[in-house]
Design a binder for this molecule. Structure first.
Ligand code: H2B
Length: 102
């Protein structure tokens, strides 16, 4: 089973993910992404979906038009794991790639 991150490991990782907020009760991290329009938002979701499937680790997300709220948590350990940190970095990269593709 994938281990849950210790509190110190979470703070250390979050220091390198400044756009993400921590929900310690849920054991999750969140980021809101904004785009020019739905087309761009869905391009981001497509990029992240493919990366998530390759990693076998999947986001919880909510999309309305140009906004995508992403929540990352690991169901297998009911909290944050290294997989969430890795997926957060992939999401940040997918966001930059989406913006760069304009
Ligand atoms: N995604 C997330 N966010 N948490 C998990 O625990 C998880 C997952 N487990 N994707 C994976 C799939 C597991 O269900 C499969 C069987 O590997």
């Amino acid at each position: 089973m994938i281990p849950k991150l210790e509190a110190a490991e979470v703070s250390e990782a979050l220091a390198t993910l400044p756009d993400w907020t921590h929900d310690p009760v849920r054991g999750a991290i969140r980021r809101d992404f904004r785009f020019a329009d739905f087309n761009e938002a869905f391009g981001f979701m497509t990029r992240l979906a493919l990366a998530a499937e390759r990693a076998d680790h999947h986001p919880e997300w909510f999309n309305v038009y140009n906004r995508v709220e992403v929540t990352l948590t690991t169901h297998d350990c009911q909290g944050l794991s290294q997989r969430d940190i890795d997926l957060a970095r992939l999401a940040d990269r997918a966001f930059d790639a989406t913006k760069g593709a304009r």
